[in-house]
Design a protein around this ligand. Sequence first.
Ligand code: DU
Ligand code: SF4
Length: 228
Amino acid sequence: TDVPELDARVSVCRACPRLVRWREDVATTGRRASFADQPYWGRPGPGFGDPDAEVLVVGLAPAANGTNRTGRMFTGDRSGDWLYAALHRGGYANQPQSWAAGDGLVLTNLRIVAAVRCAPPDNKPTTAEKATCAPWLDRDLALAAPRLRSVLALGAIGWDAFLGSARRSGWVVPKPKPKFGHGSETVLTTPAGREVRLVGSYHVSQQNTFTGKLTEPMLDAVVNRLGE
Ligand code: DU
Ligand code: SF4
């Protein structure tokens, strides 16, 4: 399997009945009024970015009217406005905004994936759904591992998902389990002996950015750690 094939395969996954129903309900009868005239993707969000990336970003899950509408990670929602602006400032994105597929956005040396690939009700996947989706992250990790240098985990769910994936994949993970926080860092070792830096960031969701819990300088600081 290569990265494009993995993205194609995850795009048609139907393993979680509750999430399949939700993603399709939102896409058909549940569209946000301002997007009512648009087609919705209504499927899992595949990874997005540079298939040969040395940097991986691990998000939570697609937003119902964001990725679940546009089919691209963090595209067409407020979270994405923050994330892509920061990636542009950090030199990973050729433009600061992400409107929709076909907008010309190109990521260099960075790929974005998520802990759960289908939009969950209230942005809250269940424990069982996180476990069911984890093998997709494992496959991303396996494909990225030979080149991977650093990982940015957005929120505790992204952090835990990545650590779980690394452990299942035979990586050396520090004990006790590294604690998530904004700016938390730990170093993991792949089975081939490569060191990979994991950096934590508060999630770019509106509940953090609107309240000032996450500021642009805070986000820039963690993005800057990824290339060091
Ligand atoms: O506020 P919002 O941009 O509509 O995002 C809602 C929710 O989904 C928030 O918790 C961030 C998360 N999210 C994500 O993890 N990955 C994405 O691609 C888009 C949003
Ligand atoms: Fe498949 Fe993951 Fe979506 Fe569940 S959340 S249906 S495992 S892609």
